[in-house]
Design a protein around this ligand. Structure first.
Ligand SMILES: Nc1ncnc2c1ncn2[C@@H]1O[C@H](COP(=O)(O)OP(=O)(O)OP(=O)(O)O)[C@@H](O)[C@H]1O
Ligand SMILES: [Mg+2]
Length: 468
């Protein structure tokens, strides 16, 4: 019972079905009772009227008293509806009583107020309900013009049955209505809640930055205020995220100027005369300043990546982006004697992706920068791009140590770094890649470059093409 109550309070459909059924049943009971009462009254009047008519007929026509079988037992007649007419017996020797007694022997089914169940002679004129032979009868006693008294009787069961039938006829449509309405309610509720289910699926599919308003147009008006409130909340969350992003960007921007000034001062200091120990310390200081600058640059790039996407211009050539990034990073690779190359460049293979060039440069630059930084000297790095199946697939494969499988999720978190590489970095590079990829609807996967030896890192970025 507790389980049912809980389900009732949780399920709109069940509550609606239960409420509607209860209301219909109540209405059916009330209608049935009214119908029974009014039909009973009418049947009562009808019965009394009929007894009066019959008695008047006998009186006017001076009809001989018919045998009981003749009056009441029309073919297929209902026993309860039979009308019995009888002279009030003067005593057991009256001719009528004897006659009916004789008939009763012939016809043992005749359940009539006959000699065995006489209507008492002392019954006064008028209509009354009498118990005769254990059965309730409505009896009209009348003194005719000839001075004889007749009794016209009919079982009261007749009018009860009429009233019962009438009540049943009233209640039946309601009883049919209950299952029909239950089906209609279930169907309606299912249909009404379908847009909510698809709405839930749509929200589930969203990324954490997709905070645009939910379309409330096709929703039932009862649910709309709830969705409007959610939209307002989404708006507020979006605003607060934007404020946070702007704060990070502004802070990074503001910090750049003093850091640049500091860097210039350090540069000028290097020209001055100083001891070897001081020069060594200055070198450490300049390295620190350089790290601070690159952290600020990465912070600015991340803040930019998190901002609302700008609409992309014309499709960008991936090869062109590769070339630009390599131009920037080549000195780093050369310093480590790393063999870095782009597969298919001479064959002219390329893909044009519908994204912002700045975004694509940030993605490729961070991936290639990682590959150069974490690959030991004399290593190898291969860049490639292929297009097909509605996607452009960019790959950066290096011969470095790779990232352990257990760390491949976490390295995308901001400021997360795998310890032990001996390299310095801010831990923001892969978060920038992930943030931009999410915005472009692309996905980024990390794998081993060489599955057999479990070394090297192969980063794959799948960017959807415009017509996909
Ligand atoms: N090609 C790679 N080979 C081996 N390890 C890698 C490679 N790329 C990334 N990693 C590991 O993943 C971690 C996170 O990389 P990410 O680019 O996010 O930060 P970072 O390189 O430390 O700093 P930043 O790029 O912001 O200067 C790195 O600390 C490094 O340990
Ligand atoms: Mg990096």
């Amino acid at each position: 019972m507790d389980g049912f109550k809980r389900r009732l309070s949780e399920s709109v459909q069940l509550r609606l079905s239960f409420g509607v059924s209860l209301a219909i049943l109540l209405v059916a009971i009330v209608a049935g009772v009214f119908s029974f009462a009014s039909a009973f009254d009418e049947a009562h009047e009808f019965q009394d009227d009929m007894l009066l008519q019959v008695s008047a007929l006998f009186d006017r026509q001076h009809l001989p008293l018919p045998h009981l079988g003749d009056t009441g037992r029309a073919a297929h007649s209902d026993e309860e509806s039979r009308v019995i007419v009888q002279y009030l017996a003067a005593g057991p020797n009256s001719p009528v009583s004897q006659d009916t007694a004789a008939r009763r022997e012939d016809d043992p089914n005749a359940a009539l107020p006959d000699a065995a169940r006489p209507i008492p002679a002392g019954v006064p004129d008028g209509v009354q309900t009498l118990e005769i032979g254990g059965e309730p009868f409505r009896v009209l006693v009348k003194t005719m013009a000839t001075g004889e008294r007749i009794a016209v009787a009919q079982e009261t069961g007749f009018r009860d049955e009429m009233a019962r039938d009438s009540a049943l006829r009233t209640v039946t449509p309601f009883l049919i209505l209950v299952p029909v309405l239950l089906l209609v309610t279930a169907n309606l509720v299912r249909k009404m809640f379908r847009p909510i289910a698809s709405l839930a699926a749509e929200i589930d599919r969203r990324g954490e930055r997709e905070l645009h308003a939910i379309d409330e147009g096709h929703l039932p008006s009862e649910v709309r205020p709830f969705v409007v409130a959610i939209n307002r909340l989404l708006g507020r969350i979006g605003q607060s995220m934007e404020a946070q992003r702007r704060f990070v960007a502004d802070a990074a921007h503001e910090l750049r100027s003093p850091l640049t000034a500091l860097s210039l001062q350090a540069e000028r200091l290097a020209d001055a005369q100083m001891s070897d120990q001081a020069r060594e310390r200055l070198h450490v200081l300049r390295k620190g300043i350089e790290r601070g600058r690159s952290l600020l640059d990465q912070l600015l790039t991340l803040a930019h990546a998190q901002s609302a996407p700008e609409s992309p211009g014309s499709p960008v050539s991936v090869m062109r982006v590769y070339r630009r990034v390599l131009e920037d990073l080549m000195p780093l690779a050369e310093a480590k004697l790393i063999d870095i190359g782009v597969e298919g460049m001479e064959r002219g293979s390329d893909a044009r992706v519908p994204v912002n060039e700045v975004d694509l440069i940030a993605v490729v630059k961070n991936l290639v920068d990682n590959a150069i930084r974490y690959t030991p000297e004399r290593g190898r790095i291969d860049l490639s791009v292929t297009a097909g199946g509605g996607h452009a697939v960019l790959r950066v494969v290096d011969s470095g140590p790779g990232i352990p499988a257990a760390e491949r999720e976490r390295v995308f978190d901001p400021f997360y770094r795998v310890l032990g590489s001996g390299e310095v970095g801010s831990g923001l590079g892969l978060s920038i890649v992930k943030t931009i990829a999410e915005r472009l609807g692309a996905d980024v996967t990390l794998a081993c470059a060489d599955e057999a030896s479990q070394t090297g890192l192969a980063v794959t970025v799948r960017i959807p093409l415009a017509d996909a």
